[in-house]
Write a protein that binds this ligand. Structure first.
Ligand code: FEO
Length: 172
């Protein structure tokens, strides 16, 4: 049986992951509104990844005999200053998620919950990749000053991103 402190923290993380999904879907809508379909696609895939993260936490709470508590999802930003700004916001958001995962790991360690520590390690590693990916895109966007021919070329590249379920085959 899962300890209360861990259960509460995991439920908060379910909400944080759904909130991330909501934010990226909002960013996808913004990219559509400015005619950048490739970036809109990239954010849509990001949204799907966050849903997969949320669902994985959901399944884990159930697997451990805990009680899932789904809280309201907070409002998200709908307007942005430009493509560079969206990815600056994305990086800040992923850094926040990293800090939440780290706090969750701290709680699992404090409670000597080895199963949760093992479960969370995938997310610790994933955050390194998420931040690196966003930093790379932001770097490229800054090089082209977020406009012109370079932006359209990047948009075509962003169109090629497809969703791959990171937990395909994982125990539900
Ligand atoms: Fe679920 Fe982008 O971290």
């Amino acid at each position: 049986m899962i300890k209360k402190a861990v259960e509460v923290a995991l439920n908060e993380q379910i909400n944080a992951e759904f909130h991330s999904a909501y934010l990226y879907l909002s960013m996808s809508a913004w990219f559509h509104s400015v005619g950048l379909a490739g970036y809109a696609n990239w954010m849509r895939i990001q949204y799907q990844e966050e849903l997969a993260h949320a669902t994985r936490f959901f399944d884990y709470v159930n697997e451990r005999g805990g009680n899932v508590k789904l809280s309201p999802i907070g409002e998200v930003q709908v307007d942005f200053k430009g493509t560079v700004n969206v990815f600056e916001e994305t990086l800040v958001h992923e850094q926040l998620v990293t800090s939440l995962i780290n706090k969750l790991m701290d709680i699992a360690i404090k409670e000597s919950d080895h199963a949760t520590k093992s479960f969370l390690q995938w997310f610790v590693d994933e955050q390194v990749e998420e931040e690196a990916n966003v930093e790379q895109i932001l770097h490229n966007l800054k090089l082209i000053k977020g406009e012109g021919q370079g932006l359209l070329m990047m948009d075509r590249e962003m169109q090629t991103r497809v969703f791959v379920d990171p937990f395909a085959g994982a125990k539900a």
